[in-house]
Design a protein around this ligand. Structure first.
Ligand SMILES: [Zn+2]
Length: 510
């Protein structure tokens, strides 16, 4: 039992760690109720929450997450919801414009007045930051942080140094292909990362990690960078025969025949027998356009390709309901929808007559809607996908910083003083969103047959503070006994999801 053998490594570790802790960078939290987790990712357990403007020492960074020290304990927070203050550069706060004619605005918003410009390389001092905006000493205005860079006069620990310290080349885990004209490659996995390179439509690159809808790719010069996941497609590198694909005949589907699934968790397969691989599953009430019948099986349109479903577990009908204007046959490919399941965690929302929680219904609906939208080729983002508390400001912040084309907040209503109130209604805040509201409302009513309470203006945070087309949907009354029972059936959530999906199909087809 030699003690010296035990003490030496400990001493070594202490000496090694000490400087790092002394010169820690600070993370300034940008939103309220930000979850602290046990590891760098949304799938790690939550251990607590931190709030806007609170500041913590950063221990390390991984995959766009920061490990911070909270009262001596360690935890991980999403880096994109914090602002990092470099230890040495905190005092300086000098920024340089990256472009000519950078607009100086009267307040931190794209809607505000422009009353000046910065020229490329012009240096200004920033006095504070609000979201993505920096207040500058020049003309006392605001500029967008994407277009300036912190000046490097005194910053001993540049991120580049850290990159050099990462010794081993990381293994690629897949390949992506660009599907936009020109795609920015950035130094970090968010739109605030500096642009380090550009790649073009059709270019392919290997990626080494995939975090929060961003891919970290290897560039041809050996460098690494990040690209937005919604502007690329994953390329299947496994040399397997493709699943049976139909030649594209979008303009006129020959056949308006659809099948409706009779059961939840119905398997959709690669071929017309139960020995074929399962490629997906569907829920009761979901419908799919039929390509053809093969024996006892239906070949159906599924996620831009085809799949097979057994004939004895579906209902056949000749077309979708006539009042749905055939929108069921369109596609949402290239569209990103952010689904915001209302409430969650300690905020249960309304409580139904039988005691069911609004937060549970909204989450189930969000999951059902996600499937329905993905079946139509849409990309789906979720403001929450578990039962957890997410503040309203995080929800709108997420929307504004995401690639979403539409933001939909899902809710269920309650009127304890008018227990017989029933039906669906849709709220918009900005006038620009009124047409979207009408078309979604109409299709939800068509799909569910619930009472039509119409489209209204509503002053709700998540739609008011939203820069994307944003609606708040009230999908039925939990305070009405019969309506609560309707809502509790899985079939209802599938139907309303189909209605919303049809609404989006109709909206984007215009
Ligand atoms: Zn609600």
């Amino acid at each position: 039992m030699s003690t010296i053998r035990h003490v030496l490594p400990v001493l070594f570790v202490l000496i090694f760690l000490f400087p790092a802790l002394t010169y820690a960078d600070k993370a300034v939290i940008q939103v309220d109720n930000l979850n602290v987790r046990t590891g760098p990712g949304l799938n790690y357990e939550r251990t607590g929450q931190v709030n806007k403007a609170e500041t913590f020492d950063i221990i390390k960074e991984k995959d766009n997450w920061l490990q911070i020290s909270i009262n001596g304990k360690q935890g991980w927070v999403a880096k994109w919801l914090t602002k990092v203050n470099k230890s040495e550069a905190v005092q300086s706060n000098k920024y340089q414009s990256k472009v000519d004619y950078l607009r100086i605005r009267s307040s931190p918003s794209f809607d505000s007045q422009v009353y000046g410009h910065l020229m490329r390389d012009q240096v200004v001092q920033s006095t504070k930051q609000e979201g993505e905006w920096l207040k500058i000493d020049h003309k006392n205005g605001w500029v967008h942080a994407d277009y300036v860079t912190a000046t490097k006069d005194q910053a001993p620990s540049e991120p580049k140094e850290e990159e050099k310290k990462e010794p081993e080349p990381q293994k690629s885990i897949g390949k992506i292909k660009v599907r936009t004209n020109v795609l920015n490659v950035r130094s970090a996995g968010n739109t605030k990362g500096d642009i380090v390179s550009k790649i073009r439509n059709g270019d392919m690159a290997e990626y080494i990690s995939n975090v929060n809808d961003w891919y970290q790719i290897k560039l041809q010069n050996g460098q690494k960078g990040w690209v937005a996941g919604w502007l690329v497609d994953e390329v299947n590198t496994v040399s397997m025969p493709d699943p049976p694909k139909e030649p594209p005949k979008k303009p006129a589907p020959e056949n308006k025949q659809v099948v409706e699934l009779k059961y939840n968790h119905t398997n959709l397969r690669k071929g017309p027998s139960t020995t074929n691989q399962v490629v997906g599953s569907g829920q009761q009430g979901e419908t799919f356009p039929v390509i053809e019948k093969q024996g006892e099986w239906y070949k159906i349109q599924y996620k831009g390709g085809a799949a097979f479903v057994a004939g004895w577990i579906v209902k056949e009908s000749t077309s979708t309901k006539p009042d749905q204007q055939g929108t069921i046959n369109g596609s949402l490919k290239g569209k990103t929808i952010l689904i915001d399941a209302g409430h969650g965690g300690r905020d249960s929302g309304a409580i139904g007559r039988s005691g069911s929680y609004e937060k549970t219904h909204t989450l189930q609906t969000a999951q059902s809607l996600k499937k329905a939208l993905e079946n139509k080729g849409a990309k789906v983002l979720m403001a929450r996908d578990v039962d957890e508390y997410v503040s309203l400001s995080i929800r709108s912040y997420y929307s504004n910083s995401s690639s979403a084309d539409v933001f939909l907040s899902l809710h269920y209503n309650s009127a304890p003083k008018h227990v017989s109130a029933s039906g669906i209604n849709t709220y918009y805040y900005h006038n620009r969103d009124k047409p979207l509201a009408s078309v979604i409302q109409k299709n939800m009513i068509n799909a569910t047959g619930l009472k039509n309470r119409g489209v209204q203006y509503g002053n709700f945070h998540v739609i008011r503070e939203n820069k994307k087309p944003a609606l708040l949907l009230e999908l039925g009354f939990l305070s009405d006994i019969t309506e609560e029972q309707t809502i509790q059936k899985t079939g209802y959530k599938t139907k309303v999801s189909q209605g919303i999906t049809n609404g989006l199909l109709e909206y984007f087809s215009k």
